[in-house]
Each structure stands twice: as C-alpha cells, then as structure tokens.
Design a protein around this ligand. Structure first.
Ligand code: FES
Length: 127
C-alpha cells in the first residue's frame, strides 16, 4: 500500500520537534478531534534556515509532514510558498488514492507558517 519512501518518512520522520523561538508558526487541523500539524520556522535572509513539526495523524500524514520539511528547508520563502500537495505527493512517489488528501496538512501548515512570519515581520494583515 505504501512505498518504501513513505514508510521511511513515517518510521523516521525528519525534523520532528519544536523551535522555541520560531519566527513563524503555522497550524492546520484540530488537535481536539483528529488530524493536526504544527509547523515552526526559523527564517534567515528570507530563507527557511530551520523547520520543525509536530503532528497527530495517519502514517501518510506523518510521511507528508516529514517530506514537506525536507522540501522546504533551505528554500527561499517564495520557493517554499510554491510547495503544494502535489509537490509532496510527487516527492513521495504518490500516495494511495484514498490517502491523497493526507498531504494537504503539510503544505497548508507550511503556508500558514510563512503567512504568520510575514504578518509578524512586515506588520501586515492577511485577510
Ligand atoms: Fe486523515 Fe490521513 S490525514 S487519513
């Protein structure tokens, strides 16, 4: 059902944890009732210099979160903002059809963390 790459990211998730002094934090889902991810960013010179995540979800969601951090680390904010569900699916070599939605968590939380960073640093309001 899952490829070796997905199983590897599920069993050994990359960049799991928190960043105490994160520059941006993004969440998606609800920790009270199911799937949930929280992404922490450190930003240096408009690049993601460090990224961590916490997650509660299925194996596909955990693997997708891990993949998202590998894809985003070191990227400029513009490049990271272009990471989508499809980018993560492609990186993992696809997910079973009924699990394709699980990749949404990682990309969405990454985007929310970038928005959080920009909102704080540029003092803008995103509607
Ligand atoms: Fe809900 Fe995978 S995130 S089934």
């Amino acid at each position: 059902m899952y490829s070796d790459k997905i199983l590897d990211h599920f069993i050994n998730p990359r960049n799991l944890g928190i960043i105490e002094d994160a520059d941006g934090i993004g969440v998606l889902g609800d920790p009270e009732c199911g799937d949930f991810i929280k992404v922490y960013l450190k930003v240096t010179d408009d690049h993601i210099s460090d990224i961590r995540f916490q997650i509660a979800g299925c194996p596909a969601a955990i693997a997708s979160g891990s993949a998202m951090t590998e894809l985003a680390k070191g990227k400029s904010l513009d490049e990271a903002a272009e990471i989508t569900d499809d980018t993560i699916l492609e990186y993992l070599g696809g997910l079973p059809k009924e699990k394709a939605h699980c990749s949404n968590l990682g990309a969405g939380a990454l985007h929310n963390a970038i928005i959080n960073y920009l909102t704080k640093t540029l003092k803008i309001t995103v509607i």
